[in-house]
Design a protein around this ligand. Structure first.
Ligand SMILES: Nc1ncnc2c1ncn2[C@@H]1O[C@H](COP(=O)(O)OP(=O)(O)OP(=O)(O)O)[C@@H](O)[C@H]1O
Length: 615
């Protein structure tokens, strides 16, 4: 069991009850009106059983009294004498109660369904909103992924908890109403019942805690299982799974993980079965003991037949209710333990945020961006991704970054957009630390298209509009961005043009080639009014001519704006005003293409290598 797994003991369970009030406040937030209606309906419903049983007792006592009094022999006689009128009134009352109970039950289910739905929507939106504010680093951290995964499950998985809590509330009121009835006859009856049920309560709590601990400890396994199931059967992976014959390997890996969980879970379930059977038997014994007492008192005339029915009825109901209450109380506490993950997730705060008094981004940028002796390590890694990095991105200039795989090119882009903050040194914009500026404005100013851009399963137009989602209805803007990125030719070939659904996730979707996707992605860059435009190798799948053309246009169209290009193709890179050569997270050299090829160094060497390939 990992150190952070809650131990399978009672205190963890009791402690989890602290989650109930915040959970209820979430319910209230989701819909105050429905919540109030629900509580009122449940309360009314809670008092029905005791009322019905009591009226039943009154009916029996009256029937017994009337038949003992030796009244008329015929029904008509009874009617005329008027003796039976109060009895008829009681029967009608009982009938009305039964009908009301039914209607209330249906209203409760109706309100419950609506409230649960509202709650799912509300929690989902809060999860999405909260996730949007968190650091990229959080998403790249596996333990955070586990937490997020568990929290996400809470959205659907813990919703029945609402019903459980409400039912619990209703049952408590019903129990209290019966207990008051029993107390009137003999307080010991109530004590006896409660005592007999305590062992089952602890038993239930113990086993629920064990199950939770197991689930918690195996969260990482489950994520892997979901992942395996996903890669075994999705459009994105089907090609490789077939070509490499991965199916048996995926299947075995899945089975190994699933079996481990199954075996551990079965052990808990087995113990629960035997222990709980014993504890429940205890309860049954106590129940029949009390029942004997009631029968004896009736025989000796201390209780009426009506009392006997009321008491035995109350007893039967109380036992069922208390048992249900105790077990659902413990399962409710168990469910509440799962809420820890949800609330944990909500308490996670981003480290990268706007300062309290942010500076506005200069319009226009005058000097540009500058890295001053910047060092950065990815969380959980010992080695530096960039170190001692000093470079300038002057306003209005087109700069290319080159370097071998892992040289730190993408990391520079992430630092520029403040997806991460440097561990050493600082990055400035017009002389002020990036951290002093408004974060949202900064991200709007830096338009980046990454090499691993997302292929959204939406329409072609929407795929482009992603670059400036507020302008998704601005068709002329979308069309002109598409033209600049050469994506218009791709779209012209689609049967439904800009409104064509793309991607293979949905039946209506039409998949595109790698290069075609890239053109759509590049069009996103033109949707923005970004002052710094970055293309981080989204052109890798374009053929050499298309990349050349895309970059040429990019340079022309970004005239007067600052632009950063990342590419491994020298034919494209040479268009830049200045080329920065990175090696091992540092600037190794910089200059124009002509300057760099003229002197011996990494650039000339790599350029020569690539040129040879074409000879
Ligand atoms: N999310 C991450 N978590 C941990 N380490 C990372 C992460 N992303 C990159 N790195 C590491 O940081 C270093 C720099 O990576 P970076 O992505 O900046 O290289 P790059 O120059 O863009 O490479 P490429 O040409 O392959 O795209 C590499 O050693 C890489 O392994």
């Amino acid at each position: 069991m990992p150190p952070d797994a809650p131990s399978a003991n009672f205190s963890a369970r009791w402690a989890a009850l602290k989650n109930i009030p915040p959970f209820l406040s979430m319910v209230w937030r989701a819909s105050p009106g429905l919540t109030m209606a629900m509580v009122a309906l449940r309360l009314a419903r809670a008092l029905m059983p005791v009322a019905m049983l009591w009226v039943g007792k009154l009916i029996i006592d009256r029937v017994v009294a009337l038949s003992a009094s030796g009244g008329p022999d015929t029904l008509a006689g009874w009617w005329d004498s008027g003796l039976a009128h109060p009895l008829i009134g009681l029967v009608l009352l009982e009938l009305a109660l039964a009908v009301a109970q039914d209607i209330l039950g249906r209203l409760v289910s109706y309100t419950d369904a609506l409230l649960q739905e509202k709650l799912v929507i509300d929690i989902s939106i809060r999860l999405m909103d909260h996730a949007a504010g968190l650091d990229l680093a959080s998403f790249e951290d596996a333990s955070f992924q586990d937490r997020l995964d568990r929290a996400r499950r809470q959205t659907m998985g813990r919703i029945p908890l609402l019903n459980q809590i409400m039912q619990q509330l209703q049952d408590v009121v019903t129990v209290l109403s019966f207990a008051v009835g029993l107390l009137v006859y003999n307080p010991w009856l109530v004590v006896l019942l409660a005592l007999a049920l305590i062992p089952s309560l602890f038993g239930e709590m113990h086993f629920n805690a064990r199950t939770y601990a197991l689930n918690h400890a195996r969260a990482a396994d489950r994520r892997e299982r979901d992942y395996l199931r996903m890669i075994a059967a999705t459009a994105e992976t089907a090609k490789e799974v077939k070509i490499f014959g991965l199916s048996p390997w995926l299947r075995d890996r899945y089975l190994t993980l699933a079996r481990r969980f199954y075996v551990e879970n079965r052990a808990i379930q087995r113990r629960q079965l035997s222990v709980m059977a014993l504890l429940t038997a205890l309860g049954t014994l106590a129940y029949y003991g009390a029942f004997l007492w009631i029968v004896a008192r009736t025989l000796t005339g201390q209780l009426s037949i009506g009392d006997l029915t009321f008491l035995s009825g109350s007893f039967l109901r109380l036992r069922g209710l208390l048992e249900g209450l105790l077990s659902s109380f413990s399962s409710m506490a168990g469910q509440a333990m799962f809420l820890d993950d949800l609330f944990d997730f909500f308490t996670a705060t981003p480290a990268i945020a706007s300062p309290t008094e942010p500076l506005p981004i200069p319009q226009p940028i005058v000097q540009g961006f500058r890295f001053e002796d910047v060092g950065f390590r990815y969380p959980g890694r010992e080695d530096w991704a960039v170190r001692g990095m000093t470079l300038d991105l002057r306003a209005g200039e087109t700069v290319a970054l080159v370097g071998e795989n892992g040289a730190g090119k993408t990391t520079i882009v992430k630092l520029l957009a403040r997806l991460y903050d440097p561990d050493e040194g600082r990055i400035t914009l017009d002389g002020r630390d990036l951290r002093d500026y408004d974060l949202d404005q900064l991200r709007a100013t830096v338009g980046v298209i990454f090499q691993d851009f997302v292929r959204y399963a939406v329409t072609a137009a929407e795929n482009i509009a992603i670059g400036r989602i507020e302008a998704r209805d601005d068709r002329p803007r979308i069309v002109s961005s598409a033209e600049r990125a050469l994506a218009d030719q791709v779209i012209a070939k689609l049967p439904q043009g800009y409104d064509q659904m793309v991607g293979k996730r949905f039946a209506r979707g039409l998949d595109l080639s790698g290069g075609e996707w890239q053109k759509l992605a590049i069009a996103r860059a033109y949707m923005r009014d970004a002052q710094l435009l970055v293309l981080d190798e989204p052109t890798a799948a374009l053929d050499a001519r298309a990349e050349f053309e895309v970059f040429q246009r990019f340079r022309d169209l970004t005239q007067g704006r600052t632009a950063l290009l990342i590419s491994h193709r020298f034919s494209s890179v040479r268009m830049a005003d200045r080329i920065i050569v990175l090696e091992g997270g540092r600037v190794q050299d910089q200059g124009s293409h002509e300057e760099l090829v003229a002197r011996p160094g990494r650039y000339a060497e790599l350029f020569e290598l690539q040129a040879q390939g074409y000879r």
